[in-house]
Design a protein around this ligand. Structure first.
Ligand code: IMP
Length: 187
């Protein structure tokens, strides 16, 4: 039974649902704040989350968490990285698959940066990653974003073919939020 509440600032309903599920395993309940702050340009998802968390926390006078995700594709030198959001919106899954059309190296990694910040303080950053590969074709209807084309290492299914529980138990977001939860509860 959740006993403590954490505010999670995101415009993404899927992220919020995953965060609520992950943090409930630690006895934390989550309140959604539907604004995430400015997304700065950086190669570092932790730094991107930290800036937005500090800005939003100070603006609202509330301690809160912001999460930022990047998808790093090996054969594209880490593209799109933290720019996964505009790439998803403009090119979609099909555009990414086209970039890898004749590519045998399908290796890729999700990185999640979670930042917790109290008003006017420095953010505390937690990072989690998930190694895997880019599928040849999309599969599955679960999850969101790049889930239908991302196969976690050691699996033969895409993230979109897993249940929400299964995805969160191994995901970049699950790992980063798990580190945050342990730190938060030990404070
Ligand atoms: P951001 O963290 O909101 O900047 O996310 C960047 C992009 O990555 C978004 O367009 C999402 O669609 C995608 N994305 C974020 N998290 C995940 C995930 O867990 N699975 C698949 N795609 C994701």
């Amino acid at each position: 039974m959740p006993t403590r509440t954490v505010s999670f600032a995101t415009s993404n309903e899927h992220k919020f649902r995953e965060a609520a599920l992950i943090l409930s395993d630690f006895g934390l309940s989550v309140t959604r704040i539907a604004e995430k702050g400015t997304e700065i340009q950086s190669d570092n998802v932790g730094a991107i989350a930290a800036f937005a968390a500090r800005q939003t926390s100070s603006a609202l006078g509330l301690p809160l968490v912001v999460e930022d995700t990047g998808l790093f594709i090996d054969s594209l030198d880490g593209f799109p990285g933290p720019y996964a959001s505009p790439v998803y919106k403009k090119m979609g899954l099909g555009g990414v698959l086209l970039l890898l059309k004749n590519e045998s190296n399908r290796g890729a990694r999700f990185e999640s940066g979670v930042a917790f910040c109290e008003p006017e303080k420095e953010a505390k950053i937690f990072v989690g990653s998930l190694e895997g590969s880019i599928a040849k074709t999309p599969a599955g209807v679960g999850g969101f974003g790049f889930d239908p084309i991302f196969i976690p290492e050691g699996s033969d299914k895409t993230l979109a073919e897993l249940s929400l529980d299964e995805k969160c138990s191994l995901s970049h977001r699950g790992k980063a939020l798990g580190l945050f939860a342990k730190w938060y509860l030990a404070r």
